[in-house]
Design a protein around this ligand. Structure first.
Ligand code: NAD
Length: 363
């Protein structure tokens, strides 16, 4: 197809630059408008990227009056809901940065807006574009592990707590669970084929965030810096999910898939102090099975690749817009992890197991 597409970018801070640069690499996409609530920031952003012809606005509402095929939403979490719903209602396709929303209700409304407007809502989880993630998904879904009954995932930074909007409950929704936990959850749920969660039993704490020894904004710290949850799913599957922004430990372990016929251990590729956290790239995959008369371990060969994961997600969105394809990572899928995080926070608050609430029409 030769159709050109017109793109707008809402929120022109840190991550927006990666979106703009990815669009600029395409010969069929033009970034024609940018918007940011800080006056003058959008103009400065466009000019710094050589987008001198792009229109700039101080509000997303003004930008949405233009004729656009799609928008990248790169605002802080708290603004995802308003900007995404307004964009969809204005008839634009949406690529929204992670995490999807601050509350489950917001995520539901976003999916409903996407359906009502018949426009795509895709959530930007770039690890999905790692060829080894696809390989892992193929192995697990091929039945090679038999009946998968237990999955353990998550990760932890020894020290790595953000500040600002990330630590305010009203603005971020959750702390480590939403910020880095969303990657681990997407990693596990996508591999498993998006099973339906039933209940959550969780514990959260903030021993580091609320301690001025460890966090300069301790008095303003309102979210969790550590969380652990046991999630029950349909088909007798359970997930143990743990995440930490800070701890006196080097790692919370690998991701494990236990099946009736085989088990799979997956480690992230990163190195350094944050290497215990799922970073989007798989470092190793080992299959544990009983063959040749005993316990056998098979190292699964990884696909050698040089895919720029971030660029791949932006390009996939652009291509889907151009070709009229469905959302590459539909809001409906990510709604499931929002429902789990919502359950984690309720369960931790009430100190008991709670049901996961997925609206029947969207489940
Ligand atoms: N996928 C990834 O790897 C990745 C990496 C970093 C951040 N993110 C996500 O991207 C989002 C933005 O993060 P960031 O680091 O770029 O933040 P940032 O603070 O650097 O930039 C956000 C920008 O949005 C603007 N803004 C706020 N509300 C707005 C509104 N209603 N309309 C228009 N502009 C508005 C702010 O003024 C700011 O310039 C967050 O949701 C974050 O979780 C994703």
């Amino acid at each position: 197809m030769n159709r050109r597409i017109r793109i707008g970018i809402i929120g022109t801070g840190g991550i927006a630059r990666f979106h703009a640069e990815a669009y600029q690499k395409l010969d069929y996409a033009d970034v024609v408008a940018v918007a940011d609530v800080v006056p003058g920031r959008a103009r400065q952003f466009a000019d710094s990227l050589g987008l001198t012809e792009a229109a700039s606005f101080d509000s997303h509402e003004e930008l949405l009056k233009l004729d656009l095929d799609g928008v990248s939403i790169c605002t802080p979490n708290v603004s995802h809901h308003r900007t995404a719903v307004d964009s969809l209602r204005a008839g634009k396709n949406v690529l929204l940065e992670k995490p999807m929303s601050v509350t489950l209700e917001q995520a539901v409304e976003m999916v409903q807006a996407s359906r009502a407007a018949d426009r795509m809502l895709t959530i930007g989880f770039q690890p999905r574009y790692d060829p080894n993630m696809k390989k892992l998904q193929e192995i697990v879904q091929s039945g090679r592990l038999g009946n998968v009954y237990y999955v353990e995932t998550g990760g932890g930074r020894r020290r790595g707590m953000p500040g600002g909007t990330f630590i305010r409950k009203e603005l971020a929704g959750a702390g480590a669970m939403a910020d880095i936990g969303c990657y681990s959850l997407d990693f596990a749920l996508n591999t498993l084929g998006h099973p339906r969660p039933l209940t959550v039993s969780a514990y959260t704490s903030a021993h580091f965030g609320r301690n001025p020894l460890y966090h300069p904004e301790a008095s303003r710290f309102e979210v969790e810096d550590f969380g652990v949850a046991l999630v029950r799913f349909e088909n007798d599957l359970v997930l143990s999910f743990k995440i930490s922004w800070a701890m006196h430990m080097d790692t919370l372990g690998a991701t494990l898939f236990l099946g009736s016929d085989a088990g799979l251990k997956v480690t992230p590729a990163g190195t350094g102090p944050w290497s215990g956290v799922w970073d989007g790239k798989i470092g190793s995959m080992t299959l544990y099975h009983d063959d040749f008369g005993g316990h056998t371990e098979t190292r699964v060969p990884l696909v050698e690749h040089s895919v720029n994961l971030f660029q791949a997600k932006v390009h996939d969105f652009a291509e889907a817009v151009r070709d009229g394809r469905p959302a590459p990572i539909p809001g409906e899928q990510i709604l499931i992890q929002q429902a789990i995080i919502d359950g984690v926070l309720r369960s931790a608050d009430q100190r008991r197991e709670v049901s996961v609430e997925l609206p029947p029409s969207l489940a």
